[in-house]
Design a protein around this ligand. Structure first.
Ligand SMILES: Nc1nc2c(c(=O)[nH]1)N[C@H]1C(S)=C(S)[C@@H](COP(=O)(O)OP(=O)(O)OC[C@H]3O[C@@H](n4cnc5c(=O)[nH]c(N)nc54)[C@H](O)[C@@H]3O)O[C@H]1N2
Ligand SMILES: Nc1nc2c(c(=O)[nH]1)N[C@H]1C(S)=C(S)[C@@H](COP(=O)(O)OP(=O)(O)OC[C@H]3O[C@@H](n4cnc5c(=O)[nH]c(N)nc54)[C@H](O)[C@@H]3O)O[C@H]1N2
Ligand code: SF4
Ligand SMILES: [Mo]
Length: 743
C-alpha cells in the first residue's frame, strides 16, 4: 500500500512543494505539488530524485565515536558523553574562542539549522565562527548592511513583473536561483520574454541562461564592479538618473557622482573587455525600461571586488528609481519576520568589531572568513589561542573552501571535533564524533531564510512525511543537546532549550511598544502556544508575533501554526510591496548611497582599471543535477554531462595543444589538479571552467558511488589568500591558472 505526503524540497533555494509517494517508510517517488501556492507543480531532476537522495544507503544511521583511532557506531548517549568530554576541557583550558563553529549551506535548508545555531553560538560565546556565507554571499550582506543598516535587507528582483532584467554572474537555469527564491526560475525568465520584456546576461560563459537572453555580454571574470561603476557613471553623466519617490529617503547622491567620475565606459573597456558602446547601451536600456531589476550572484560576489559589485547592483536600481517598486527589486516580508517597528534611524551596521587572530581579517556579521579557518587552527601567533576544537554543522569545507589539503591537515591536529552530518565525507572523517541527522523525509520543513528572499510573500510548513525511524534523533534534538553541552547542562531535557528561547523572545516582545503583545504576560502567551514539539511551538510563536500573525488574539484573523497546518499547500500572502523607509536601520535613517567603507575601497577598484593578466583565469560552474559537494553519491544524479571536466575555448586549446577528452593539468597558487578537457566555445577565450564540490578520493569516507567517479577539488587551486577585503569572502572566480596537457 502506498500513500502520498507533502514535503517542501530542501535541495536548493527554489523551495518547491513536492508530493512524495511513500511505501512503508520508504520514499519511492516525488513529483511537483500542483496545488502548492508558490511552486504550482514545478519540479526539477533533483527534486524528482528526492527518494534516492533520502534513501541513500550510505547515509549514516547511528552516531559514530572515535575509539582507538577509528570511528565506530555508538549510542546517542555515548556520543553526547564524548562530545561533553571533548569540548568542556578545551573551553576551560583555552577559553571560548578556542572552540570554532563551522556552519554549512544545508543549515538554511533545515528547521533545526535556523532555530539552534544562534542559541549554540550564544552558549559557546565564541568569536571563531566560520560559515559558507564567506564563500558565497557575504559581499551582499555587507553592502546591504552599509546601504540600509541591515545586513539581511536584501532586495529581491521582482521577476514576475519586471520589464527588464540585467543578470550578472548567475545561472539560474542550472542553479534554480539564489538570493531570489523563485520556483521555476527558468519559466519565469521565459515569461518575462514572452510578455515583451528583455533579459541581459553578463557571464564569461555562454550558459543556458545566457542562451535565453536578448543580449549576452561575455565579460572578463572579476571585473563586474568596473562594468557596474561605468553603468552608474553613464546614468549620472547622461542625466538618466532619477531616484523617483525614494529621493527623500536617500543621501549621498552628489558624493556618489564625484566618486564614480573616472569610471567611464572607455576607462573600463580594456579591463572588462566590453566595448564602450555596449556599456552605454546597457545603461540606457536600464534607464529606459518602464521597470527594471539588476541581479548579481556568485560570479559577482566571489571576486576581489565582490562588495563593491554587490553595492553597485543596488546603486543602479536606486539611480533608476527601481528599488522598492513593483517590477524593480523589493524587500520581501516573511511570515516569521518580526513585526516591523516604526521607521526611523537605527544603530547602523558595523564591520570589523574584531579581527581574525592570524591575518587580522575584519569580522563581518560576526563571522570570520572561511578561507582563514585552516590558519586559525594551524598557526600560533602572539595574541590569542588557536582554534583547538570544532563544532561543524552541515559543512564540508575540505571541498568547499580554499586549500582543502591544508585544512585536511589542520582538522587532523584538533584536540576535538564533532560533525553533525548525514555522511562520513571529506570533512566529517576527521571528527571524533559524528552525529547524523535523519534523512529529509523524516524531518519537518519550513523556509525561515528563503521566505525572506522570495519573489512572492507566502508561507508553507510540512511536517515529517515519515515518522522517525527507531534509533534516529531529530536534528532539532541533536542541536539542542549540543546547546546543553555548551552551557554545561549536558544530559538535561533538550526541551529546556526551546522553553528558554520562548521565554526570552516573549519577554522581549511584551516590552516592545510596537509589538501586538505589548504589556501582556509572557507566561500566559507561552501557555497558548501550539505544536507537537519545541520547534513547532517556536514556529507558532514566530508566526503569531510576525507581520501577518494573530498577535496571540490581538488580530483574530491572523496567522498561527494551527491555521498554517490547515493549509497543507501553503498560504499565499501576496506580491512583494514597497516597504521603504521602514526597513532602514542606518544611523541617518536614510539609504546611505556612498558609505564610508565602500568609498575607501574605490581606490582599489581604480587600480583594477589597469590590470589585465595575460594568462588564463578560471571560473566555476554548476550543474542542474548536482548541489555543492554532497550530491555526487546518488547514481540518479550523476552521469551524463554532470562531470568534473575543464571547459576550455577551442582557441586556447589549440594554442596549448589540449585535445578534447584528454587529461590536462591545471595549476594555481594553492596546488595542481588533473581533469579531462572539454573543448567548447561555451567559455570565452582566456577563461577555463571547473565545477566545485568534487574530489571524493580521500580515504576514510563512506561515499561509495561518489568515490567511483571522484572528480577533482577545484578549490585546491587556491591558497586561501585571495579575499574581498571588506567582506572576507573568498575569491573563487577569475583566479589565475596555468593549463597544460598532462603527459
Ligand atoms: N570553487 C567554488 N567553491 C565553492 C563555490 C563555488 O561556486 N566555487 N560555492 C560556494 C557556495 S555558494 C557554498 S554555499 C559552499 C557550500 O559549502 P558547504 O556548506 O561546506 O558545502 P555543502 O556541499 O553544501 O556541504 C554540506 C554538508 O552538509 C551535509 N548535509 C546535507 N544535508 C544535511 C542536513 O540535513 N543536515 C546536516 N546537518 N547536514 C547535512 C552534507 O553531507 C555536507 O557534508 O561552497 C562554496 N564553495
Ligand atoms: N544545480 C545546482 N544548484 C545549486 C547549487 C549547485 O551546486 N548546483 N548550489 C546552490 C548554491 S549554494 C548557490 S549559492 C546558488 C548559486 O547560484 P548562481 O549564482 O546562479 O550560481 P552559478 O550557477 O555558479 O552561476 C554563477 C555564474 O557566474 C559566472 N561567472 C564566473 N565569474 C564571473 C565574473 O567574474 N563575472 C560574471 N558576470 N560572471 C561570472 C559563471 O560562469 C557562472 O555561470 O546555487 C544553488 N543552486
Ligand atoms: S528546483 Fe530546487 S527546490 Fe525545486 S525541485 Fe529542484 S532542487 Fe528542489
Ligand atoms: Mo551557496
Amino acid at each position: 500500500m502506498s500513500r502520498t505526503a507533502l514535503r517542501i524540497c530542501p535541495l536548493c533555494e527554489a523551495t518547491c512543494g513536492l508530493t512524495l509517494t511513500i511505501e512503508g517508510t520508504r520514499v519511492t517517488g516525488a513529483r511537483g505539488d500542483r496545488d502548492d501556492v508558490f511552486s504550482k507543480g514545478f519540479v526539477c531532476p533533483k527534486g524528482a530524485s528526492f527518494g534516492a537522495v533520502d534513501g541513500d544507503p550510505d547515509r549514516l544511521r547511528a552516531p559514530l565515536v572515535r575509539r582507538d583511532g577509528a570511528l565506530r557506531e555508538a549510542t546517542w548517549e555515548e556520543a553526547f558523553d564524548a562530545v561533553a568530554a571533548g569540548l568542556r576541557p578545551v573551553v576551560e583550558r583555552h577559553g571560548p574562542h578556542a572552540v570554532g563553529v563551522v556552519l554549512g549551506n544545508p543549515n538554511v535548508h533545515t528547521v533545526a539549522g535556523a532555530l539552534y545555531p544562534p542559541v549554540l553560538l550564544g552558549a559557546l560565546g565564541t568569536r571563531s565562527l566560520f560559515t559558507a556565507s564567506t564563500v558565497d554571499q557575504m559581499p551582499k550582506h555587507v553592502s546591504s548592511g552599509l546601504l540600509y543598516g541591515d545586513a539581511n535587507a536584501i532586495p529581491v528582483p521582482d521577476l514576475d513583473r519586471t520589464d527588464h532584467l540585467l543578470v550578472l554572474g548567475a545561472n539560474p537555469l542550472e542553479s534554480n536561483g539564489s538570493l531570489c527564491t523563485a520556483p521555476d526560475f527558468p519559466g519565469r525568465l521565459k515569461a518575462l520574454r514572452a510578455r515583451g520584456g528583455t533579459l541581459t546576461v553578463v557571464d564569461p560563459r555562454r550558459t543556458r541562461t545566457a542562451r535565453l537572453a536578448d543580449r549576452h555580454v561575455a565579460i572578463r571574470p572579476g571585473t563586474d564592479a568596473l562594468l557596474l561603476a561605468a553603468l552608474a557613471h553613464v546614468l549620472l553623466e547622461e542625466g538618466l538618473a532619477d531616484l523617483g519617490d525614494l529621493a527623500p529617503h536617500v543621501q549621498g547622491l552628489g558624493e556618489l557622482r564625484s566618486a564614480l567620475a573616472d569610471f567611464t565606459p572607455e576607462a573600463v573597456a580594456a579591463a572588462c573587455d566590453v566595448e564602450p558602446a555596449v556599456t552605454r547601451a546597457l545603461a540606457r536600456e536600464l534607464a529606459a525600461a518602464p521597470t527594471a531589476a539588476v541581479y548579481g550572484r556568485i560570479g559577482s560576489c566571489t571576486v576581489p571586488h565582490g562588495t563593491l559589485a554587490s553595492w553597485l547592483v543596488d546603486v543602479l536600481m536606486l539611480l533608476t528609481g527601481n528599488l522598492d517598486r513593483p517590477g524593480g527589486a523589493l524587500f520581501p516580508l516573511a511570515a516569521t519576520d518580526r513585526t516591523p517597528r516604526p521607521a526611523g534611524p537605527g544603530r547602523g551596521f558595523a564591520l570589523g568589531r574584531w579581527r581574525s587572530r592570524v591575518s587580522g581579517h575584519p569580522e563581518a556579521k560576526g563571522e570570520l572568513p572561511l578561507s582563514a579557518l585552516a590558519e586559525e587552527i594551524d598557526t600560533a601567533t602572539g595574541d590569542g589561542e588557536p582554534v583547538r576544537a570544532l563544532v561543524v554543522v552541515a559543512a564540508n569545507p575540505v571541498l568547499s573552501a580554499p586549500d582543502g589539503n591544508r585544512l585536511d591537515k589542520a582538522l587532523e591536529s584538533l584536540d576535538f571535533m564533532v560533525s553533525v552530518d548525514p555522511y562520513l565525507n571529506e570533512t566529517s572523517r576527521h571528527a571524533d564524533v559524528v552525529l547524523p541527522p535523519p534523512p529529509p523525509a523524516q524531518s519537518p520543513h519550513h523556509d525561515f531564510a528563503f521566505n525572506t528572499l522570495a519573489v512572492r510573500n507566502q508561507v508553507r510548513y510540512t511536517r515529517p512525511a515519515v515518522p522517525l525511524e527507531p534509533g534516529r534523533m531529530a536534528e532539532a534534538e541533536i542541536l539542542a543537546r549540543l546547546v546543553l553541552v555548551a552551557t554545561g547542562m549536558h544530559g538535561a531535557d533538550p526541551g529546556t532549550v526551546d522553553t528558554a528561547v520562548v521565554e526570552q523572545t516573549l519577554g522581549r516582545a511584551v516590552r516592545a511598544p510596537h509589538s501586538p503583545v505589548h504589556g501582556r504576560d509572557p507566561r500566559e502567551l507561552a501557555a497558548r502556544l501550539h505544536g507537537a514539539d519545541g520547534p513547532e511551538r517556536r514556529l507558532d510563536m514566530m508566526l503569531r508575533l510576525g507581520p501577518y500573525g494573530d498577535g496571540f488574539g490581538a488580530r483574530p484573523d491572523g496567522l498561527n501554526l494551527e491555521r498554517l497546518l490547515a493549509h497543507p499547500h501553503g498560504i499565499d500572502l501576496g506580491p512583494l510591496r514597497p516597504r521603504l523607509p521602514q526597513p532602514l536601520r542606518t544611523v541617518s535613517g536614510k539609504v546611505e548611497l556612498l558609505p564610508r567603507p565602500l568609498a575607501d575601497d574605490l581606490p582599489r577598484l581604480r587600480e583594477a582599471l589597469h590590470v589585465r593578466p595575460d594568462g588564463l583565469v578560471l571560473v566555476g560552474r554548476r550543474h542542474l543535477r548536482s548541489n555543492n559537494s554532497w550530491m555526487h553519491n546518488v547514481p540518479a544524479l550523476t552521469g551524463g554531462s554532470n562531470r568534473c571536466t575543464l571547459h576550455i575555448h577551442p582557441e586556447d586549446a589549440a594554442r596549448l595543444g589540449v585535445r578534447d577528452g584528454a587529461a590536462v593539468r591545471v595549476r594555481g597558487a594553492g596546488g595542481e589538479v588533473t581533469a579531462p578537457a572539454e573543448v567548447t566555445d561555451g567559455v570565452r577565450p582566456g577563461v577555463v571552467s571547473l565545477p566545485h564540490g568534487w574530489g571524493h578520493d580521500r580515504p576514510g569516507t563512506r561515499l561509495t558511488h561518489a568515490a567511483g567517479n571522484p572528480g577533482v577539488n577545484v578549490n585546491q587551486l587556491l591558497d586561501g589568500s585571495l579575499l574581498d577585503p571588506l567582506s572576507g569572502n573568498a575569491v573563487l572566480n577569475g583566479i589565475p591558472v596555468e593549463v597544460a596537457p598532462a603527459v
